[in-house]
Design a protein around this ligand. Structure first.
Ligand code: PMT
Length: 432
């Protein structure tokens, strides 16, 4: 092991905070230890260099060879082995880490950490590190519910400023059902990204709309659009990663909403409007990524319209829905909330976005050419231009998650002009 202690620990790009980071995964002795292998794989995929330390009990559930093969690095298993300590060294591991993740954090390991013990490869490294620590507990439901475990976790959060993700609720290996499952490895990775990200939206309440609306024709049919919800959900996830309290008003969508985000499900433009009215009062920022139907059928048939009864030609009568974004723009006072609209265009993208910026009284319009391959509806990527009073700024095409962070960079900059930014770089609790 030749790596020197890391000195470059500044705020990381919230779009990829694990890229180039050093993560130490401490594996505790529980049945969920095997899931730590998937966690390590996902951390490496996210760009982290991963070291693994294991308790003696963890090695009874899964062999160090598994982690060595995944990380291509020696695994630290024995504090009192001359070879381990000489070749790896718990102080070097502790110094090099940007983040320590304990998964699974068993009741026993949590108790030992809370007592400040340093008697094995994991506890000694954790006690020696100055990096943030993320616990992913996993244990029997009654052990998790025991007041001593609760007190130990609380002590680690309050005194040592540790972060916690999970445990999840469900069927446990011990045949009990309830809280105690190790959080899904992908949720642990997101919690790790959250801990490493600049919390530049801490204390900010962000309201995001996403997805399509569906306007019923009859019990079987509706008028809709091609929005999948991916862009809006990516914005909600990005805002949450950066410390915001996020509410997501979500039209019918197959996309899984981010953990920890409050979701208000809606179907129609009228429901979306009502949800906006109910939620906008507490919001500092509103981002309208939803594709709201401009028109709805004048009448909705209570029974399924029959092909035979309608004849060969059908005329649909439509009535305009209110422009919800324009309504928000007209109602706000003193520039609050900060209003971000989208513009889905196929021609004259920037000119049309400028018209929408003025007409809807927004601070920012995110314009996308929905005719461009790899942009707009349905796809995982987008290519947008940020249009505001100062001009138009092209955001390089990329995954919607990355584009979402570039949009939020602009939101953060505008907010910073309005008030002193709240929030710290690290140490935010992730209790869910
Ligand atoms: O969901 P995805 O598949 O990821 O696709 C992403 C997207 C293409 C839906 C997204 O990037 C996008 O462009 N969203 C806005 C779609 C849209 O309705 O654009 P518009 O130009 O028609 O409307 C302009 C703005 O007014 C939008 O912010 C829209 O939310 C709002 N609007 C529109 C109509 C209406 N009746 N009320 C509104 O508030």
């Amino acid at each position: 092991m030749t790596d020197a202690p890391r000195l470059d620990r500044g705020p990381r790009d919230p779009a990829a905070p694990l890229a180039g980071s050093h993560v130490l995964v401490g594996v505790g002795g529980g049945i969920a230890a095997y899931k730590a292998a998937e966690l390590v794989r996902l951390l490496i995929k996210a760009g982290a260099t991963v070291d693994v330390a294991m308790t003696a009990r963890a090695q009874q559930f899964v062999g160090p060879m598994t982690f060595q093969a995944l990380t291509r690095r020696p695994v630290f298993t024995d504090l009192f082995s001359l070879t381990d300590e000489a070749t790896i060294g718990h102080i070097q591991l502790a110094d090099r880490a940007d983040l320590v993740v304990i998964a699974p954090a068993t009741a026993n390991l949590i108790a030992r950490l809370a007592a400040g013990m340093a008697d094995d490869a994991v506890t000694s490294t954790v006690l020696a590190t100055r990096a943030p620590v993320l616990l992913a507990p996993a244990m029997n439901v009654n052990m998790w519910g025991h007041p001593l475990t609760a007190a130990n976790v609380q002590r680690l959060v309050d005194v040592a400023k540790y972060n916690v993700v999970g445990p999840g609720d469900g069927f446990l290996a011990c045949n009990w059902t309830g809280p105690g499952r190790l959080a899904d490895p992908k949720d642990i990775v997101e919690a790790a990204a959250h801990v490493l990200s600049a919390q530049d939206l801490a204390g900010t309440r962000v309201l995001v709309t996403a997805g399509p609306t569906q306007e019923a024709l009859d019990p079987a049919r509706y008028l809709g659009n091609r929005s999948s919800g991916k862009m809006g959900v990516a914005l909600a996830a990005a805002a949450q990663r950066r410390g915001a309290t996020v509410t997501l008003i979500l039209g019918p969508s197959a996309v899984e909403p981010p953990l920890g985000v409050r979701v208000v499900p809606v179907e129609t433009a009228a429901q979306l409007g009502a949800a906006l009215d109910a939620e906008v009062g507490g919001a500092d920022v509103v981002i309208m990524a939803a594709a709201v139907a401009d028109y709805r059928p004048m009448t909705v048939s209570p029974t399924k319209l029959k092909r035979g009864a309608l004849g060969p030609e059908v005329q649909l009568e439509l009535v305009a829905n209110p422009d919800l974004l324009a309504r928000l723009g007209a109602r706000r006072t003193g520039g609050t909330p900060l209003l971000v609209g989208f513009a889905a265009e196929t021609t004259d993208v920037i000119a049309n976005a400028r018209t929408k910026l003025a007409a809807k009284k927004c601070d920012l319009i995110v314009a996308n050419d929905v005719g461009e391959p790899g942009a707009g509806f349905g796809v995982d990527t987008n290519h947008v231009t940020l249009v505001d009073a100062a001009g138009a700024h092209d955001v390089p095409a990329g995954p919607k998650a990355q584009v979402a962070h570039r949009i939020l960079d602009r939101v953060v900059a505008v907010l910073a002009g309005k008030r002193t930014p709240a929030g710290s770089q690290r140490g935010k609790r992730v209790l869910r």
